[in-house]
Design a protein around this ligand. Structure first.
Ligand code: SF4
Ligand code: SF4
Length: 452
């Protein structure tokens, strides 16, 4: 992982043309130079030249970025401002430390195989006391003031049974990596591993595991119908992107290594996930994080990352799923509802992080729905990892354009390929008073759209 000093030449490549200002969502809200991509790069340059210090104002400015990568894509000089900002956050964490609560959550809970599920289980038991259910809005509202949870926020409930509790599998005994993996829990019969089929390792990610297991279920269903044998490795952890985004590089590295170990125990052709942030992390960031960990680790992470495909690209480009397979999956809904109009939101980590835009659209059309594009499908939803928690009003201000754009299409459903975007978009639509359903693309394929 490059540190801030190593970006010095890149910062100097900025010719101050201002192209990035026009696409930066934080500049769009604040309209002041330090909120723009160009302004943030200049601030980092000033810090490296010892003209300014790591003041509270500097820290606030570095945190006001949703990592949407729109500036990087637009920049004529290839200045990678999002990565410059990430390295500035790492510098801040190294020099000043992270706030105690954040550091405890990232380093002690997120990084622990036992504490993370136990904490989430405890929270799921407590949620009925802290939150009230709003069934018509498919979400929860807080009952009384809680830190970091705005009273307007629609919170997705934690699942009673986590996806990995139900679906994860123990590795096969040594010497038999091919076909004898057994599901750890009661659903072992539904998805059988066939050695002649492509073997896919499914990475759940925290949001699917703890909050939206229906997306995981839909993913397994669709992958199986496309001819794959799916394995959900035991001992998988958070992808570490929340730690990376907060500047906690050590935790992000530790999680990357643990995930590497978890998936290496199985012989896999591909590794996939239905979370665009996770697929971007597993494919691109793991290599950067573990680059300096020696030749052996470098080779292992290269092998791991070369197998990673977002589920949308895996289904179209590798498994080549067909309409026929989808009809078998849902025999009664050959054309599910020809009157359903679906619009699609491009997650930043899928479109700009991985260059994937056509595949999810192709899948939506294969589902039988009619795709209607919004005006700016790749405009950021404003989530930005923990930005949405620490800067809720700012984040929802960015989200308002997205929610209005969706509403203006008149679509019944908005589909996307990232559970984080789904939660954020749902909150934004709810605050706008729109009743558009929010689903994952794989849920359209598996016909899970009635879960809301
Ligand atoms: S688009 Fe690139 S070169 Fe132009 S101001 Fe932004 S960072 Fe600088
Ligand atoms: S990544 Fe997005 S929010 Fe951050 S500076 Fe670039 S355009 Fe602005």
């Amino acid at each position: 992982m490059k540190d801030l000093k190593q970006f010095s030449d890149e910062i100097n490549k900025c010719v101050l043309c201002g192209t990035c200002r026009g696409v930066c969502p934080t500049f769009g809200v604040i309209n002041r130079e330090p909120a723009s991509a160009r302004g943030k790069a200049a601030l980092c340059g000033a810090y490296l030249n010892k003209e300014i210090e790591l003041s509270d104002v500097f820290i606030k400015q570095m945190n006001e970025c949703v990592q949407c990568m729109a500036c990087k894509t637009a920049c004529p000089n290839d200045v990678n401002v999002p990565d410059i900002i990430l390295s500035a956050r790492a510098e801040i964490a190294k020099e000043k430390g992270l706030p105690f609560v954040k550091s405890f959550i990232l380093g002690n809970i997120l990084d622990s195989a036992r504490l993370m599920p136990a904490t989430m289980k405890f929270a799921s038991k407590l949620q009925g006391f802290l939150f009230k259910d709003v069934p018509e809005e498919s979400g929860l509202h807080r009952r009384f003031p809680l830190p970091l949870i705005d009273e307007r926020r629609l919170v997705p409930p934690l699942a009673e049974r986590f996806f990995l509790e139900v679906r994860s599998q123990k590795p096969a005994p040594a010497g038999n990596k091919h076909g004898s993996e057994a599901r750890s829990q009661e659903n072992s019969s539904q998805f059988t591993v066939h050695s002649s089929r492509p073997r896919i390792g499914f990475f759940a990610g925290c949001l699917i595991n703890y909050m939206l297991p229906s997306i995981g279920e839909a993913s397994l269903k669709v992958l199986e119908s496309a001819g794959a044998s799916v394995i959900v490795p035991l001992d998988q952890h958070c992808c570490g992107m929340p730690a990376l985004g907060s500047g906690d590089i050590e935790t992000a590295k530790s999680l990357a290594l643990k995930n590497l170990e978890a998936f290496e125990q199985y012989e896999l052709d591909y590794i996939t996930t239905a979370c665009a942030t996770c697929s971007d992390g597993l494919k691109r960031r793991f290599k950067e994080l573990l680059y300096d960990e020696g030749e052996d680790v470098r080779k292992r992470v290269e092998r791991f990352s070369s197998k990673v495909r977002d589920i949308t690209e895996l289904l179209i480009n590798e498994l080549r799923i067909t309409n026929y397979e989808l009809r078998i999956l849902n025999p009664k809904s050959e054309i599910r509802n020809p009157k359903s109009i679906v619009t699609y939101h491009d997650p930043c980590h899928l479109r700009r992080g991985q260059g994937i835009a056509d595949e999810p659209r192709e899948l939506i059309e294969m589902s039988g729905a009619k795709l209607k594009e919004m005006s700016h499908p790749c405009r950021c939803c404003g989530l930005g990892g923990s930005f949405n928690i620490t800067n809720y009003d700012f984040s929802m201000e960015i989200n308002r354009n997205k929610a209005e754009d969706i509403k203006n299409t008149g679509a019944d459903i908005v589909a996307t390929a990232c559970p984080g975007c789904m939660i954020q978009i749902k909150d934004g639509l709810h605050q706008l008073g729109a009743d558009t359903k929010v689903v994952h693309v794989v849920e359209l394929l598996a016909d899970n759209t009635n879960r809301q």
